[in-house]
Design a protein around this ligand. Structure first.
Ligand code: GMT
Length: 380
């Protein structure tokens, strides 16, 4: 198949999944065209089946904001037409689903039918998309996609609860490349971070409010009162400064390291004893899955799709949003008991294995084929 992939090229989970999906499809012989405004963060290497089409903006003094949607729709029309794509897969509904619809209509006026698939990732539904500022367009565009997928059962339900959706949504879970995310021996690195054998807690996110990074610090404060520990905070975003201030107020600066955005997250996970994800909303929790693949148990909230990924009492523990007391208690239970830790680490890996790219990617291929054959009769 010739597949067009639209996503945000930044560090967000939707961009990661879209890019890894495209890379995986290219390895399986499909031609994959990424159509984004910058090279996707995880698109590091050349592959003969991968093509990168940059969306360019024509600036004009009248514009306070460059018209991203118009530029993207025009680029989609161009790529679909000249590279003869079979299907267009857009990730994150806002604004990609409505842009795909616009491109589809333009192409139809020229006698070309391009089937579109929209993958709902999380905040496009739970936060941004349901805002009345965007909701009518998001609802319309989801209903007009030829195929719609969501990354968890919880997100599928949230979509039905928040929007007037009259079509089926297929759940295709996030996935992981075990070639990359696996526990490796990084003892030298662990010694540098935790020279006295302290336990290493880790949090990875884009530091948006929804991630509740301040709760990570509060949990850590309770843990470090009981056992020697260090906290690694990986990622960057709008809340970072507030979190830094909180660490200073609590006098924890010596025990907490802000590492900023990191490419080789798996190397950091390889020295971690526990992953903390206290999100207020999380459709799936890809970074928790990455941790589990590296045999790191997870302390998380029970928000959104997290209970589908982090199995309570097996791969980690779930608590109510904001219940830092409970999350700290659970963290200590795992960290203070080597046998429990070992059991949870093994279970984390075992549970993560069902989400391997080898297991999940064929679901996307089959879904594309179904969508394409369903829309054959729509071809002009
Ligand atoms: O919140 C992020 O890390 C980014 C965000 C996105 O859409 O780019 O991630 C969402 O999509 C990921 C991939 O499907 C999911 O694993 C995350 O759980 C989801 N984030 C939220 O729902 C807050």
């Amino acid at each position: 198949m010739k597949i067009g992939i639209v996503c945000y090229p930044t560090y967000g989970g939707s961009g990661v999944i879209a890019t890894e999906l495209g890379k995986g499809l290219a390895m399986r012989g499909h031609k994959v065209h990424f159509i984004t405004y910058a090279p996707p963060a995880r698109l590091e290497h050349f592959h003969e089946n991968i093509f990168y089409n940059e969306v360019r903006f024509a600036d004009y003094p009248l514009f306070d904001y460059p018209p991203y949607e118009t530029a993207l729709a025009s680029k989609l029309v161009d790529v679909v037409k000249y590279d003869k794509l079979d299907i267009l897969h857009v990730h994150y509904a806002v604004p990609h689903a409505s842009v795909a619809y616009m491109a589809k209509k333009i192409l139809l006026s020229e006698g070309i039918y391009i089937p579109t698939v929209t993958t709902l990732h999380g905040t496009d539904i739970t936060l941004v998309g349901k805002n009345p500022v965007y909701a009518p367009v998001v609802t319309f565009a989801i209903n007009k996609s030829d195929g719609v997928t969501a990354v968890s059962e919880s997100l599928k339900q949230d979509t039905y609860d928040n929007f007037n959706i009259d079509r089926d949504i297929k759940v295709i879970y996030n996935f992981i490349d075990f070639e990359r995310f696996k526990r490796t021996n990084k003892e030298h690195f662990k010694k540098a971070v935790a020279p006295l054998g302290e336990k290493v807690l880790i949090h990875v996110s884009n530091f948006r409010k929804v991630k509740k990074v301040e709760d990570v610090v509060h949990i850590f404060e309770k843990v470090v009162k009981k056992i020697p520990a260090k906290l690694l905070l990986v990622g960057d975003g709008p809340e970072r400064q507030n979190v830094e201030m909180l660490c200073r107020q609590l006098g924890l600066c010596d025990s907490i390291r802000f590492l900023g955005k990191q490419d080789a997250v798996e190397e950091l996970l390889a020295i971690a004893d526990l992953f903390i994800m206290p999100s207020a909303s999380e459709s799936f929790g890809l970074s928790a899955l990455e941790a589990m693949a590296c045999q790191v148990p997870v302390i998380s909230t029970n928000a959104g799709g997290l209970p589908e990924v982090n199995i309570h009492g097996v791969t980690g523990f779930l608590s109510n949003i904001g219940d830092v007391e409970d999350m700290a208690k659970n963290a200590l239970l795992i960290l203070e008991n080597p046998e429990i830790h070992q059991k949870f680490s093994a279970a984390a890996l075992a549970n993560a294995e069902q989400y391997s790219i080898e297991n999940i990617l064929p679901h996307y291929e089959a879904y594309y084929e179904a969508v394409i054959s369903r829309s054959l009769y729509l071809k002009p």
